[in-house]
Design a protein around this ligand. Sequence first.
Ligand code: K1U
Ligand code: ZN
Length: 172
Amino acid sequence: MPIRPLVVLPDPRLRLKSEPVGAVSDDIRTLAQDMLDTMYDAPGVGLAAIQIGVPKRVITMDVSKSETERNPLVLINPEVVWASEETRVYEEGCLSIPEYYEEVERPERVRFRYTTLDGETVEADADGLMATCVQHEIDHLNGVLFIDHLSKLKRDRVTKRFAKAAKREATG
Ligand code: K1U
Ligand code: ZN
């Protein structure tokens, strides 16, 4: 299955609100497989479809610690239905903002609802890295990046750095 190129800051597609998926079709199954392959290749623990340029509400995740035992998850039309008041701080990264890591505070536990590749709607609870990751990926579906949770100073600094790098690349 093809590894798809990653969309990187400051690409404006990262700010799009992705469209809900209707019926789970073969196209969606192919998209999900390409996303898993791209995520494992990166490597990453999550990926939203817009990060490979597809504005659909699909995310993939695998937060298992072992590289030999994979636990791939595909979430279609995911939404957080409950979030704890308690928060936790975790140092996040983003495949669309390479080599930049910062601490982000988010709800510690969440319950989320999603459709599976079999077309079933299910709910699940998450804590730890899984809770952080599902919130990070759902943010992507709404055009929100983890740098939006940082101070304006930090956000502006990293945005400028990536804009400069893109300009250098375009002009040679
Ligand atoms: O959505 C993305 O950009 C993927 C991102 C997800 C994420 C990471 C950390 C906290 C919340 C969400 C990544 O996977 S960045 C890479 C990464 O964290 C990682 C890569 C290899 C092994 C372990 C972690
Ligand atoms: Zn990300």
